[in-house]
Design a protein around this ligand. Structure first.
Ligand SMILES: [Zn+2]
Length: 187
């Protein structure tokens, strides 16, 4: 799945409990951050024509940060930095696993590559998760799901007074929510 879908899903997960801004941001980030292992793409593209090209993207994307060990590491970090510690850490773990699930069901590449998920990496790197029914990254179920979660996100913003904009700026978020309420009336 693409990062925008992961962000919206994680945001909705963060809103299933009564937690504050800092905790919501932590949960949401845990649902998005696994894709940092795709950063090797830059090195791979830059070294494409080199004598010994770096294949960091092909080798590490969906590997380094898409496994249980990384999920537990994130949960431990959340436990340290959150306010409502255990609730937030559990939600972070849920958001992380929904990221893996989203990738498992809907991330088939244009070349039909399935991007298997080595859930037990590095302990049992050979054990990889794939699903026969996996659809493409840009297939309609992904688009439909993204629109649904966008709808829920906008509803929550209108109703509760905060949206994912608060991750970047609480001030901008207040403006965004007041625009929504101007348009759709007071909740
Ligand atoms: Zn991913």
């Amino acid at each position: 799945m693409n990062p925008a879908s992961h962000l919206l899903i994680s945001w909705v997960v963060a809103n299933t409990a009564d937690i504050g801004r800092r905790d919501r941001v932590l949960v949401t980030l845990c649902g998005v951050v696994p894709d940092v292992d795709g950063a090797g793409l830059i090195a791979e593209l830059l070294s494409e024509n080199a004598a010994s090209p770096l294949i960091w993207y092909s080798k590490y994307h969906h590997v380094l940060c898409h496994n249980l060990g990384f999920g537990l590491l994130l949960a431990a970090i959340v436990l340290v930095f959150s306010v409502r510690k255990w609730v937030t850490a559990m939600l972070a773990l849920a958001a992380f696993h929904l990221h893996l699930l989203g990738d498992l069901v809907g991330s088939r590449g244009p070349d039909s590559y399935q991007w298997p998920i080595p859930y037990l990496f590095p302990f049992a790197a050979d054990w990889q998760l794939t699903w026969d029914g996996q659809w493409a990254l840009n297939a309609w179920p992904n688009i439909l799901m993204t629109l649904c979660f966008l709808g829920i996100t906008l509803y929550l913003a209108w109703k509760r007074g905060h949206s994912p904009v608060e991750i970047i700026s609480p001030k901008a978020d207040t403006i965004f929510v007041s625009k929504l309420r101007q348009r759709f009336g007071a909740p």
